[in-house]
Design a protein around this ligand. Structure first.
Ligand code: ATP
Ligand code: MN
Length: 459
């Protein structure tokens, strides 16, 4: 039985077997107390070993970090705050952990230190809690969409279109880097590469997601995404997970409604299903976490034009590190000013200048802006980026030409606007940005088991 279940049991007197890792051992010459954890919850179960039954010699290898199986009797605990404990009859040691070398000896290691031993950090309370919340959120995402009749579409991770994240993409090749085949002109001959042309890891599943929406009506993707982010920030990973719903017949307003409903659903799910872990995070790392989660649930998101947002920022009198003029992309500091200081609520910023947004966004009548939307959250900044898509063949192909995107890469995408085009919208939610918000952590490296960032691909 898992410790989470055992701790709720009231079957006093029954024989039980528990298996897990020793967090601490203390005691005296008559009795030893072990705190055992198996990853199923924050709480440990207390194992009481009577030294008359289990010799000191046997208990010697049972140190912090060791893995053991305990057989014994479940009894009501007299200690405060714990319902049950196990009176051990036998203790079998599966694996010892030499105290001279095992790194997780004391409580309260720094997050920086734990990042260096990311392969062991799931054995700590903090990372146990984060990874359980991560699991619950992944499940809730599938549940949300499934209950609404969306289909989970698997979009490719290897792609030949480089239209979106030029410069940010990781190339995929099987060519010999020390001996590249060359064309007569001296260029690299990708015809000899595995796929017969240059390929990369995807920066987004959206373009293929749109094909799904324009056939199955409402789809979502949920998969890994790769961006060669050269700036080291606490909000960017080189490998992250993204959720991208795409819906036929949705306009920008429908898209905003879906984003708001989706985020609130996930936060409510966490509050209802991850209570202990959230309370732990609130106590240990961020005393305002639970308040912030409830606050987002209780308030409508502000919906605001980019142009108005710029005016508010300019009128704020605040000295920002980066300038903000109409036409410039908002930096995290600007986003957070609007959310945390001005409105004190999540903000959905819409109708951005077309030159700072992607080619596929629906053009507004003003000729200057597109129907983009970014959802901005406290502590995070941008958590969602999305838009209504340009459904008009003429406008879309003109924009593609204008930006010099090779049509040979885009013909299949344009074809959807040639045959049976439809208004449609969608967005991308960064899974780890969501987890930053839900766990209260402040560095994105701490909400994914094995972070990949510039100069770091350990474990
Ligand atoms: P940012 O301006 O923060 O770099 P972006 O504009 O590049 O974000 P989009 O291309 O709109 O982001 O991607 C959709 C969502 O994916 C973002 O809203 C964010 O939640 C998430 N995201 C983007 N880049 C990263 C990254 N490098 N690491 C983790 N999440 C990311
Ligand atoms: Mn980015």
């Amino acid at each position: 039985m898992r410790i989470a279940q055992l701790l709720k049991s009231t079957d006093y007197g029954t024989k039980v077997t528990v298996k897990g890792w020793v967090r601490t051992k203390r005691g005296n010459k008559n009795v030893a107390f072990l705190a055992l954890n198996d990853g199923s919850c924050v709480a440990n179960i207390q194992i009481v070993a009577d030294l008359a039954k289990i010799s000191e010699e046997e208990l010697k290898p049972v140190t912090t970090g060791a893995c053991v199986a305990v057989e014994g009797t479940l009894v009501e605990s007299l200690g405060a705050g714990q319902g049950v404990e196990v009176q051990a009859e036998t203790i079998e040691v599966y694996g010892t952990a030499d105290p001279a070398t095992y790194p997780l000896q004391k409580k309260g290691h720094s997050l920086e230190f734990l990042r260096e031993i990311a392969y062991l950090r799931p054995r700590t309370n903090t990372f146990g809690a984060i990874l359980r919340i991560r699991h619950a959120m992944a499940y809730a995402i599938h549940k949300f969409f499934n209950d609404k009749g969306f289909y989970y579409l698997h979009t490719p991770l290897i792609t030949a279109s480089d239209c979106e994240g030029a410069g940010e993409m990781f190339q995929v090749t099987t060519l010999d880097l020390d001996n590249m085949p060359r064309t007569e002109e001296g260029a690299i001959d990708f015809a000899q590469d595995f796929f017969g042309k240059p390929c990369s890891l995807t920066v987004s599943g959206q373009l293929e997601g749109e094909l799904g929406a324009l056939s199955m009506g409402q789809i979502y993707t949920f998969g890994p995404t790769f961006r060669a982010e050269h700036s080291n920030t606490p909000r960017h990973l080189a490998e992250f997970w993204m959720i991208e719903p795409e819906v036929a017949f949705f306009d920008l307003k429908d898209n905003m409604d879906m984003a708001e409903e989706f985020l609130k659903y996930l936060i409510r799910y966490a509050l209802e299903n991850c209570r202990e872990d959230l309370e732990f995070m609130n106590k240990m790392w961020d005393n305002e976490l639970l308040d912030r989660l409830n606050f987002v649930l209780e308030n409508d998101f502000v919906r605001l034009d980019y142009t108005e947002g710029i005016e508010i920022l300019k009128a704020s009198g605040k000295k920002f590190e980066f300038p903000c003029e109409w036409g410039s992309d908002l930096q995290s500091e600007h986003e957070r000013y609007l959310v945390e200081e001005h409105f004190k609520k999540p903000v959905i910023l819409i109708n951005y200048p077309k030159d700072i947004k992607a080619f596929y966004m629906k053009q507004n009548e003003d000729g200057k802006t597109v129907r983009a939307m970014d959802v901005l959250f406290p502590k995070i900044g941008e958590i969602i980026g999305g838009s209504e898509r340009e459904a008009d063949y003429g406008k879309l192909s003109a924009r593609i030409k204008e930006l010099g995107i090779p049509e040979k890469d885009m013909w299949w995408y344009l074809d959807t606007r040639r045959w049976g085009s439809a208004p449609h919208s969608g967005f991308g939610l960064g899974f780890e940005r969501l987890l930053l918000f839900v766990t209260g952590m402040s560095n994105i490296r701490d909400v994914i088991p094995f972070p990949r960032t510039l100069k770091n691909a350990e474990f």
